[in-house]
Design a protein around this ligand. Structure first.
Ligand SMILES: [Zn+2]
Length: 342
């Protein structure tokens, strides 16, 4: 092969390379072009480089320079086209697809919410409906209608947060009883869960804002037997077969009144700091609805009787899960809540 022939063949390969590279639409097509042009074994330009030794020695320098120039220009064209293709090709990504995914965090229900829902489920089967009422109440709904006489000592038990002279944050969910009795005719069976507020110190067993769940049953011929049977049934359903006791108590809105105690599940009745050494934990207050409450709500107390109860689901959650300090329920500490979340 003469020098002129070689120079012409190099020019031909360069022309062919320009077309081939420009028409390559994928990384694999471009790789095929690279192999056919400058591949180590079968590249067309590589084949021409092998012709160099056949030239006269004085011609080899010019021929070598021409081949090298062609090789450099073809390779830079290949590289340029390669980066064009990878910027368009969505199947090529720089993300590390082998990286483990983040765990999906679904959230969970607070233990007090779980307890309320479970209590609601049990009472729903007994024919109770959930009723709600406002958290800011008038003095009449919170005290007056519930048979608290003005300046009665019982009002001292409720260290109340007043908004103004007549408006306060309800100290119990009992105003919902009045609102229900005013608006619906017996038979009535309601469950009223919600927040209540008192000026309590935040200690191991008290919180200034707490959930309460209240129950009310009013109909003709309702007696203390219904109260005791229903609440005992509830305790056995909720806590499993367990010891309970009723103690005489006093509330202005019920007569007679009784506290229901449950054997302390932390110490099994032996006495511990959570049950103040008694072996029993009070879980709810209850009683027969005072006739004055029925009358205040416009219900005929000669015809109808009823019973009611109120309990603190936070304390019940403490019993259920063996939590020694009520403040743990309000700390929002994930390490604690995660163990109980439903
Ligand atoms: Zn105990």
């Amino acid at each position: 092969m003469t020098l002129d022939e070689l120079i012409k063949r190099i020019a031909d390969v360069e022309t062919k390379a320009a077309t081939l590279i420009a028409s390559a639409e994928s990384a694999s097509a471009l790789e095929a072009a690279r192999t056919s042009l400058v591949g180590r074994k079968s590249g067309e330009l590589t084949a021409l480089i092998k012709e160099l030794p056949t030239l006269a020695p004085e011609e080899r320098r010019d021929a070598g320079a021409a081949v090298n120039r062609a090789k450099t220009s073809i390779e830079s064209a290949l590289d340029a086209r390669s980066s064009e293709i990878s910027s368009h090709d969505t199947s090529v990504t720089t993300a590390d697809l082998t990286m483990p995914a983040r765990r999906i965090w679904k959230g969970g229900k607070h233990p007090v919410t779980l307890v309320i829902e479970e209590i609601e489920d049990i009472f729903r089967e007994l024919g109770f409906t959930v009723a709600l009422g406002p958290e800011a109440e008038t003095e009449w709904y919170n005290f007056g209608a519930l048979n608290f006489p003005p300046d009665h000592p019982a009002m001292d038990m409720h260290d109340t947060l007043y908004i103004d002279d007549d408006l306060l944050l309800r100290t119990h969910t009992s105003p919902v009883q009045i609102r229900t009795l005013q608006n619906y005719k017996p038979p009535i069976r309601i469950l009223a869960p919600g927040n209540a507020y008192r000026r309590d110190f935040f200690d191991a067993s008290h919180a200034p804002v707490f959930m309460q769940i209240e129950g009310l049953s009013v109909d003709e011929g309702v007696s203390f037997v219904d109260l005791k049977a229903t609440l005992t049934n509830f305790a056995n359903r909720f806590f499993g077969k367990t010891k309970t006791r009723f103690r005489p108590s006093f509330f202005p809105f019920t007569e007679p009144s009784a506290e229901m105690d449950l054997e302390c599940r932390l110490c099994k009745g032996a006495g511990c700091s959570a049950c103040k050494g008694s072996g029993w934990t009070e879980i709810l207050g209850s009683g027969m609805v005072h006739p004055a409450v029925l009358d205040a709500s416009g219900v005929d107390s000669e015809r109808y009787t009823g019973w009611a109860f109120g309990m603190g689901p936070a304390r019940i959650a403490m019993q259920r899960y063996g939590i020694p300090d009520i403040r743990l329920l309000y700390d929002s500490d994930m390490r604690f809540l995660e163990q109980l979340a439903g």
